[in-house]
Ligand binder design. Structure first.
Ligand code: NAP
Length: 284
């Protein structure tokens, strides 16, 4: 039985392959990647796989039974890219697709939700068995700003008092591996999120506690936060998107207390304190 992993040279995909190798033999894993050269350190077979080249995808999927489709990172292009993969999977006889979607994709106000809903619908229409991993926010999305917050003396955002139930990528990767190597997941939709929920004020307090510096949370209106990000060199479209996601967070769209992630991985999700600690180590 062969498991294909798309996006295997990305942040999440690399951890998935690493953790899959602990559960199944390396020769049953195929990394489906844009650049096989970039995958040479993964220690598994790598096949060229570009979502934008539909004509080549079915051939690359030959012999793959189960596929982890990691959503692409080209916002606005993903619905068509993912459809290319699903169509090719059908042609190639893939039996099961596990897809990384977005937390509460069907009700979320996040601008990202539409593309995920379109892909979810395409999976349902394909007739292939599927499982939806509706991943919540990566804690790293916020802890990636730790250095900037320390330099600027404040943690800035637009999320207000919205509660965020995030988990680090490694937890979501472990869940993907648990699903891919376990039974009884066909047709299931998992809402995956961290056990712990926090506001950005809580995050700033944790950063202050661990760094020994006073780093308050500064909440800005969405447009001012977008302007600030632009002033740091973030491209306009992306700056506006990030600020918009924070507004969605302020409405509770990144909150979930179903604890399905910890149930899947069989342990509590990694704490915010632990991810902040790692981020501070990285900024030393
Ligand atoms: N839950 C969250 O908080 C959150 C945050 C950010 C992103 N995401 C989503 O989760 C996915 C995985 O996260 P990540 O951190 O691993 O992102 P990432 O590091 O940006 O990885 C994205 C992967 O998608 C691959 N990819 C992009 N376009 C492709 C194409 N046209 N054909 C084939 N492969 C393509 C990339 O290939 P290369 O290695 O060749 O670049 C990369 O391996 C993201 O792509 C995005 O959809 C979720």
């Amino acid at each position: 039985m062969k498991i294909g992993v798309t996006g295997a040279t990305g942040h999440l995909g690399r951890i998935v392959v690493e953790k899959l190798k602990e559960k199944v033999t390396s020769d049953s894993i195929v990394a489906l990647v844009r650049s096989p050269q970039k995958a040479s350190d993964l220690g598994v077979e790598a096949r060229e796989f570009d979502y934008t080249r539909p004509e080549s995808l079915a051939n690359a999927l030959k012999g793959i039974d189960n596929l982890l489709l990691i959503s692409g990172n080209e916002i606005g292009q993903r619905a068509i890219q993912h459809k290319n993969v699903i169509d090719a999977a059908k042609k190639a006889g893939v039996k099961w697709i596990v897809y990384t979607s977005l937390l509460h994709a069907d009700t979320s106000s996040l601008s990202l939700a539409d593309e995920h809903c379109i892909t979810e619908a395409a999976l349902k229409e394909s007739g292939i068995q599927y499982t939806l991993l509706r991943n919540g926010w990566y804690t790293e999305n916020y802890t990636g700003s730790v250095q900037g917050a320390l330099a600027g003396g404040a943690f800035t955002g637009s999320a207000g008092d919205g509660k965020i139930s995030s988990a680090p990528r490694a937890d979501y990767a472990e869940a993907a591996v648990a699903v891919l190597t376990g039974g009884g997941h066909h047709g299931k939709i998992y809402e995956l999120s961290g056990d712990e929920s926090y506001t950005l004020t809580d995050l700033a307090a944790e950063l202050s506690r661990q760094s020994g510096k006073n780093i308050p949370y500064k909440n800005l209106p969405e447009n001012e936060y977008a302007d600030l990000l632009k002033s740091f060199g973030v491209p306009e479209g992306f700056a506006c998107a990030i600020a918009g996601w924070d507004t969605s967070a302020s409405k509770g769209d990144l909150f979930d207390n179903s604890r399905q992630l910890s149930k899947l991985i069989g342990r509590p999700t990694t704490s915010l304190a632990s991810v902040v600690k790692d981020a501070l180590k990285g900024s030393e």
